[in-house]
Design a protein around this ligand. Structure first.
Ligand SMILES: CC(C)(COP(=O)(O)OP(=O)(O)OC[C@H]1O[C@@H](n2cnc3c(N)ncnc32)[C@H](O)[C@@H]1OP(=O)(O)O)[C@@H](O)C(=O)NCCC(=O)NCCS
Length: 141
């Protein structure tokens, strides 16, 4: 087995969002916009479903679903630390989120996300498609 494969092999997925410090560290390490400690505390507490990838005790990846648990869900915080990217770990995160949605979301639920750059190729594997008639819009407070 190659060193890279062995590295990935020892990484396990747990069904919980990371803690506040790990969450903020992972966002920074993967180029996602920074979140204050207060925002992270409030936001993480409202996670509908979250996963973390652990290399021993170190959190090396994450993904979350937030929403109203009925009508609307939003997939956020999909991240894998740079040194482990490109080895299927993003798919491991999305497999878990996708399985949770299929088991828990009502048939009429609307699931959305913002895809940064090439990450859209990852999301397309799970049925996400760019809308023909809706445009994603946002502003940052
Ligand atoms: C997006 C991210 C989580 C993907 O994780 P990853 O472990 O590198 O992804 P995987 O190795 O599981 O592969 C993802 C699939 O998408 C495709 N893909 C190609 N380029 C990609 C890219 N730059 N980012 C994500 N997926 C990409 C891959 O081809 C792969 O499919 P394949 O194996 O059939 O070729 C990771 O790149 C990351 O943390 N990026 C920085 C943070 C970020 O932008 N997050 C997304 C916000 S919307």
């Amino acid at each position: 087995m190659s060193i890279a494969a062995a590295l990935v092999d020892e990484i396990r997925l747990v069904e919980r969002a990371p803690g506040i410090d790990d969450y903020r560290r992972l966002r920074a390490a993967t180029g996602l916009s920074p979140k204050s400690e207060q925002a992270a505390r409030r936001g993480l507490a409202k996670t509908s479903y979250g996963v973390s990838l652990l290399r021993r005790d170190e959190v090396v990846g994450m993904g979350r679903i937030v929403g109203d648990d009925g009508c609307f869900y939003f997939v956020v915080d999909i991240a894998v630390i740079p040194e482990l990217q490109g080895r299927g770990l993003g798919k491991r995160i999305m497999d878990a989120l996708d399985a949770w949605l299929r088991a828990n979301a009502a048939p009429s639920a609307h699931v959305s996300l913002f895809a940064d750059g090439e990450a859209k190729r990852l999301y397309a594997k799970y049925g996400f498609a760019q809308s023909d008639h809706s445009v994603g819009m946002f502003y940052r407070v």
